[in-house]
Design a protein around this ligand. Structure first.
Ligand SMILES: C[S@@+](CC[C@H](N)C(=O)[O-])C[C@H]1O[C@@H](n2cnc3c(N)ncnc32)[C@H](O)[C@@H]1O
Length: 288
């Protein structure tokens, strides 16, 4: 088909890639309405890549074909949901961040009699257990409540279970030491087949719960919010929504930790936050 044929066939003059954009919008809208999974404001490029992977895997030839398939087959929807959710995580991910947490953030938190922390987008829990270890080693373990949330129920079940792949523990031990670990990571888990079972007492002050950053509101006031490697998958509109949500959820002088490739630069909230440490993406909300 020539461009001229294409134009004649579509009086709107839409190019094929624009038609695909419409298909993408319709697919995301339908998935939100039928299943309640709202990916509408996720970053388009990575969304498109993952959707096309599923088009091929489901033996379809277009996004509309994938739409038909997921609308009529909940299992296909589940496969799509899993593919669209990036849940990669690790213990003491970005060790310099956990070192800054230990050296710069904990002394600030220690000025409060009791501390509430929100870990948003906690995935399978490795970040939460790492945080609980740092707090315990710094003598704050019994003065903290951690709310660990994610949009995915299966991943939250995994997090509650406290299972970490044993073959990753060697790398995690080295992260832990680089992050200023005091005692050796092995004292915080027991071996169970191919799993490391995290010490259940690390979960004592932790509440795991479902929370969707795209649709849910604030549910408490926090002294520290960690949301690392989550906003990178959202478009600008959704990032702004989440920044506002965090702003409404932080006490004055509260702390916000973002991922290594995330920042408040360009956000409407940029002016209201001081960078505590730009290298490790730690921000402090200024007082009123
Ligand atoms: C790449 S993981 C990051 C895990 C951890 N924060 C870290 O840095 O290692 C992203 C997590 O964000 C979660 N997520 C994605 N969209 C979300 C949403 N709308 N609300 C809450 N969590 C979401 C995913 O389920 C996934 O577990």
């Amino acid at each position: 088909m020539t461009d001229a044929d294409d134009l004649a066939a579509r009086p709107s003059g839409m190019a094929p890639e624009d038609v695909e954009d419409v298909e993408l919008d319709v697919l995301l809208e339908a998935v939100t309405r039928v299943y309640g999974y709202d990916f509408r404001n996720y970053a388009r490029a990575s969304l498109r890549r993952r959707l096309w992977r599923r088009v091929t895997a489901e033996g379809r030839s277009s996004l509309s074909g994938l739409l038909e398939c997921v609308l009529h087959d909940p299992q296909a929807m589940e496969r799509l949901r899993v593919d669209l959710s990036v849940t990669v995580t690790s213990m003491f991910r970005d060790p310099p961040f956990f070192l800054a947490l230990r050296r710069q953030v904990v002394p600030l938190l220690a000025t409060y009699p009791f501390v509430r922390i929100w870990v948003a987008g906690c995935a399978s829990g490795e970040e939460v257990y790492s945080l609980a270890i740092v707090l315990r080693e710094e003598g704050m373990g019994d003065r903290v409540r951690i709310y660990a949330t994610d949009v995915s129920d299966p991943i939250l079940d995994h997090a509650r279970d406290g299972r970490v792949a044993l073959d990753k523990m060697r790398a995690y031990s080295s992260n832990y030491l680089e992050a200023g670990g005091r005692d050796g990571l092995s004292r915080y888990y027991t071996v169970d087949g191919r799993w490391a079972r995290m010490d259940p007492s690390l979960r004592d002050g932790v509440v795991f719960a479902r929370h969707n950053l795209a649709t849910d509101g604030t549910f408490n006031e926090f002294h520290l919010i960690l949301c690392r490697n989550v906003l990178i998958y959202f478009d600008r509109t959704l990032q702004e929504r989440v920044h506002r949500l965090f702003d409404a959820s932080l006490v004055d002088l509260g702390l916000l930790a973002l991922g290594a490739r995330e920042s408040l630069v360009g956000s409407v909230l940029e002016e209201r936050y001081d960078a505590l440490d730009t290298e490790t993406r730690l921000y402090r909300k200024m007082g009123a």
